[in-house]
Design a protein around this ligand. Structure first.
Ligand SMILES: Cc1cc2nc3c(=O)[nH]c(=O)nc-3n(C[C@H](O)[C@H](O)[C@H](O)COP(=O)(O)OP(=O)(O)OC[C@H]3O[C@@H](n4cnc5c(N)ncnc54)[C@H](O)[C@@H]3O)c2cc1C
Ligand code: SF4
Ligand code: SF4
Ligand code: SF4
Length: 370
């Protein structure tokens, strides 16, 4: 395929400090059975372990979300012209919806639409299951395969008693390592939920024909402005900086700022909004090198931005995404607000604004690292 190899990945991504540690290169290395590359330390980039078995095939380089080598191919496939990639990508329509299912609404981040859609797709046997994110504590998430509604609710972590888990956590993070999980479900038709960097890796895998990407039935993309990573010592600082106790945080939502839904017996329930520009030191460094906010290569994108509280903003993008979502609307499982054209334009403009902010942030950051 190319003369690229893991050495190039190391030079262009790891040495610049922009590896997301997503594990895509390790999990889908063409010579994975020889343990060519792997993580020697957690929270640091992968390294060569048995370099002599490297085929220099370049697969790791091509599917890495930080090399952007396949952008041109993907833009053609997903109909993104230059101005789309600068803004919100190609799309069919914009919606603002809320689930009719009380349980999904209760455990949902916004309108509970993603979980309701996954449950619907499992019910109609469009997919066998999905890889989602299990919340063990507010800043601790693990990728998990689910195939039932109850598992979706369980994995949301709603009403967890987190005080015991907090002691165990060494790194606090809002990022989920979903890509590596793909390898475990080779024979199932999967729904995938992911941030733009994760959906990008999956689209690269599909473009390159890397197994098991052919089993992915649908890509549900989340908006993402940034993710957070900090260790135990920084957690104390975080609590002091924002006058919050992590054991009181019930839910974390990332919208136009970081929203912490807190609860304790003294003050009852309250919501704390922390602006992104106060969170710079808690942000994952790799996120500074990322420009996609609204998940332009997903079949359908979802976010809170632009919608009322407890509603989800939805952008249908591909033919598949459009068809699936229209069928879902007909199922009467969700309540869809009627949006006038001007309202859709307002949402589009708001998403564009965040997309442009992200592009600007990346350009400034890359000037420093290059
Ligand atoms: C890290 C992160 C950053 C975000 N940033 C923004 C932002 O800046 N602005 C904005 O408007 N919206 C952002 N969102 C999206 C928003 O928080 C909601 O996820 C979205 O609106 C869908 O809400 P919902 O209630 O319909 O989804 P729900 O019904 O609550 O379902 C969400 C589903 O997604 C799964 N999930 C979440 N993250 C992952 C993951 N990484 N991998 C696999 N599965 C996952 C959950 O397990 C759950 O099953 C972000 C989401 C995440 C996870
Ligand atoms: S064998 Fe291919 S995918 Fe694996 S490390 Fe070498 S170049 Fe990368
Ligand atoms: S594929 Fe993921 S883990 Fe590998 S170099 Fe790229 S960002 Fe890092
Ligand atoms: S900001 Fe970009 S790199 Fe960071 S988690 Fe979101 S999509 Fe991935």
């Amino acid at each position: 395929m190319s003369s690229k190899s893991f050495k190039d990945l190391k030079r262009e991504v790891h040495d610049k400090g922009i590896c997301q540690e997503c594990g895509g290169c390790v999990s889908f290395c063409s010579s994975a059975e020889f343990n060519v590359i792997g993580f020697e330390k957690s929270y640091s980039p992968p390294v060569y372990i048995n370099e002599e078995n490297c085929l220099e095939c370049g697969i790791c380089y091509y599917l890495c979300p930080q090399t952007h080598i396949l952008d041109e191919d993907l833009n053609k496939i997903y109909n993104c012209v230059e101005s789309d990639t600068q803004h919100i990508g190609h799309y069919k329509d914009i919606y603002s919806c809320q689930t009719n299912d009380i349980e999904f609404l209760d455990c949902g981040t916004d309108g509970g639409i993603v979980n309701t859609l996954l449950s619907h797709l499992i019910e109609i046997k469009f997919i066998d299951g999905a890889i989602v994110s299990q919340t063990d504590a507010p800043f601790s998430r693990e990728a998990k395969f689910i195939e039932k509604k109850e598992e979706l609710i369980e994995s949301s972590g709603l009403q967890l008693d987190v005080s015991s888990q907090l002691e165990e956590i060494q790194k606090f993070s809002t990022y989920t390592h979903s890509i590596q999980q793909l390898n475990h479900y080779k024979f199932k038709k999967l729904g995938i939920v992911g941030t733009p960097c994760q959906i990008y890796t999956i689209r690269c895998m599909q473009n390159l024909g890397v197994t098991p990407s052919e089993n992915i039935g649908i890509c549900l993309g989340l908006f993402c402005y940034e993710n957070f990573l900090f260790d135990k010592s920084e957690a104390s600082k975080f609590q002091k900086d924002f006058n919050v106790r992590l054991e009181n945080v019930e839910k974390v939502n990332i919208k136009q700022d970081l929203v912490l839904a807190c609860h304790n017996e003294d003050f009852g329930k309250k919501r704390l909004h922390i602006p992104f520009n106060h969170l710079d030191k808690y942000m994952r460094k790799a996120c500074k090198a990322c420009s996609d906010f609204s998940n332009i290569y997903a079949d359908i994108s979802f976010g809170g931005l632009g919608s009322l509280d407890k509603f989800t903003t939805i952008i249908t993008r591909t033919e598949l995404g459009d068809r699936v979502f229209k069928d879902f609307l007909n199922s009467q499982k969700i309540n869809c607000r009627h949006l006038e054209k001007s309202e859709k334009n307002r949402i589009r403009d708001l998403i564009t604004q965040y997309s442009q902010k992200k592009i600007k942030r990346k350009n400034q950051f890359m000037k420093k690292v290059n």
